[in-house]
Design a protein around this ligand. Sequence first.
Ligand code: HEC
Length: 276
Amino acid sequence: MQKKRINFFWVTIISFVIVYLFFKFGTPFIFKGIKGGDNLIPLPGTGLLMYTMLLILAIFTYISFSAKKFEEFYGPIVRFLRDGNRAAYWIVMIITPLVIGFGVFSWTKPKSVSPTGIRIQHPGLPGSLGTVENPLRHPSPEDIEKFRGEENLGSMGEEEVKLAMIEKYTNEGRALYQANCHPCHGCAADGNGPQADGFRLRPVNFTDPGAIATVVETYVFWRVKEGNPSLPPESTPWDSAMPAWKYDYSDEQIWKIAMAAYDIAHAMPRMPEEVH
Ligand code: HEC
């Protein structure tokens, strides 16, 4: 007697489920391995949908390779429906329309109601940063002398050395900005990056006089370092896509990025109020 094989229909269904579970729960580990860092990187919903469609397409291509495979797959379904048992009747006549109907209903019913609260674009700085200033824009005399030595600036005046420092750091920041921020904030910092249209809460246009020109540089440092997760509730009726960069960059690099953001936007940071 021929050894009994697991039937082709179930092999197909089980393979589908295994590959789908791999897409959903396995790929985050692979992406994490490629990207590094501590967090799993899940596949976005549309990506998962696309992969699943391709998987279904592949399965049906495979099934239709030969008339035999075709029969092995569809045979059980056709027999199940034809044999006139009650389960088939229930599935075809009642459960399928209900499930599809419910799917269409939940898909088409209006989903997100716009929040009624007002979003605060510029929440207050956290207390711990209240008195912090950009150490690269305000270097100490020792830093200036160190820089003079490193760059062989000889007897150049202190103020000029300081300007050369700022220029160098800003240029380093520009490279980091164009590599990381331009997809959302745009190469000209005008909030028109190639991804900007994808967000309900658009990236801020830094060249607008009401944007980063109205805040101190430490504010930009804070927003870049901590990103969306640090926003207080009054700033979160809409979710911000702004990532937290502290996992990728040091404080010094983030200060450079902040300097570059202002420079690219042709704006100056607001000066902190001085107490006389
Ligand atoms: C995935 C898209 C995305 C990337 C990448 C991104 N941002 Fe943002 N960013 C946003 C969005 C959306 C906002 C607006 C919502 C908010 O205020 O958090 C924002 C807000 C900000 C703000 C606050 C502006 C304000 O006026 O309150 C700053 C500063 C900022 N981003 C700087 C940067 C810098 C610098 C980088 C690169 C290191 C960067 N962003 C990368 C999406 C992004």
